[in-house]
Design a protein around this ligand. Structure first.
Ligand SMILES: [Zn+2]
Length: 345
């Protein structure tokens, strides 16, 4: 057990978590998940993918401890009216990874937990592996081996893939090399790489790796209580380009409209990147709320275009998850921010 966990275990045993809950119970917590592993993705990127057993443990904890899981719309309405019940919580998912549909959605339905799935639509329509993530997975699978760049059409260098830095360096070179390619050419590159490295990205045809759900799969989710919302078309929201922002939201919304009957008015910033100068334009585009990757609880005074979330993943120990949910870590953040003299957290 790492030192931080030892401390948290002592604080929990002394009743610190229960006490923290009484001070923070009026804050809204928003949980953020990305993918559920189909095979070993949680070892590859534990912040992005979680094992289904870990996710099951988290949901069981919410049920056991009486957290009130609300839809995003319900929670925001309560926040506006300052009527948020204690232990209110919202569950969100980013991107639309296949494992969310096949593993998380049935479990949420079983528990009766509503949720929001922010969908990035270009990779849904392509029905192909998400290039940047699949590329890094292939290099990770061959860690400690070498890659002759000539085998994929780059230069004559042979790279050792032993450290995360070296693999990231190669991934960036390949991404840069292929940045102006169309999807077809990028997928051809991935195929070439899978053959060179001897890895199958499609070992189970029903569960291909690093794919987002198809439109048909997404269309079935609202029946189980999962509300589909906006995450831009190409997973980007430029900071200084209003036309680019408009185009991303309009395309994203147009694709989702084919399968969503309700309003598409909630946005999740791709990779959590945003700037307050974007808020008026988002409002004009009919957006009511936007979630970030900033940690913290949300209160009636919290800006709806900068909602805070807790990014849960396989990298988060259960004790850490409990510490966050109890509000103990929220109190620690407030204390730190107060000491730093920050007015607005
Ligand atoms: Zn995303």
């Amino acid at each position: 057990m790492v030192f931080r966990h030892k401390i948290l275990a002592v604080i929990k045993a002394l009743g610190g978590f229960s006490l923290a809950q009484t001070f923070t119970k009026r804050g809204l917590q928003v949980l953020c998940y990305h993918g559920i592993s189909l095979r070993d993705e949680h070892y590859f990127q534990p912040k992005l993918f979680m094992h289904e057993d870990t996710f099951r443990e988290r949901m069981a904890y919410l049920k056991k401890r009486g957290y009130l899981v609300l839809s995003l719309d319900e929670a925001l309405a309560h926040m506006n009216q300052k009527t948020l019940p204690p232990r209110a919580l919202v569950i969100t998912f980013d991107d639309g990874w296949l494992g969310i549909g096949t593993k998380a959605a049935p479990l949420l339905k079983e528990y009766g937990f509503p949720s929001t799935l922010y969908v990035t639509t270009r990779d849904v329509l392509s029905e192909a592996p998400v290039f940047d993530v699949a590329l890094r997975y292939l290099l990770w699978k061959k860690r400690n081996e070498t890659l002759a760049l000539s085998s994929i059409g780059l230069d004559s260098e042979t790279i050792v893939l032993s450290t995360a830095d070296e693999r990231e360096h190669v991934a960036c070179r390949i991404s840069e090399f292929s940045k102006n390619w169309d999807d077809h050419d990028k997928q051809a590159m991935l195929l070439k790489l899978t053959k060179t490295l001897g890895i199958d990205l499609n070992p189970d045809e029903n569960n291909p790796l690093f794919r987002l759900m198809t439109m048909e799969q997404l269309a079935r989710l609202p029946l189980g209580g999962m509300n589909l919302q906006l995450h831009t078309h190409r997973h980007r929201l430029p900071i200084d380009d209003p036309e680019g922002v408009k185009s991303e939201i309009i395309k994203n919304r147009a694709v989702l409209k084919r399968i969503v009957s309700g309003p598409l008015q909630h946005l999740c910033y791709p990779s959590g990147k945003f700037h307050p100068s974007q808020f008026p334009l988002l409002k004009k585009l009919g957006i009511e709320s936007a979630t970030t990757c900033l940690s913290g609880f949300n209160y009636p005074s919290t800006e709806h275009f900068a909602l805070r979330r807790f990014l849960d993943g396989e990298n988060i120990a259960q004790l850490e998850f409990e510490a966050e949910l109890s509000g103990f870590l929220e109190l620690m953040r407030k204390l730190r921010w107060t000491l730093q003299g920050r007015q607005n957290y």
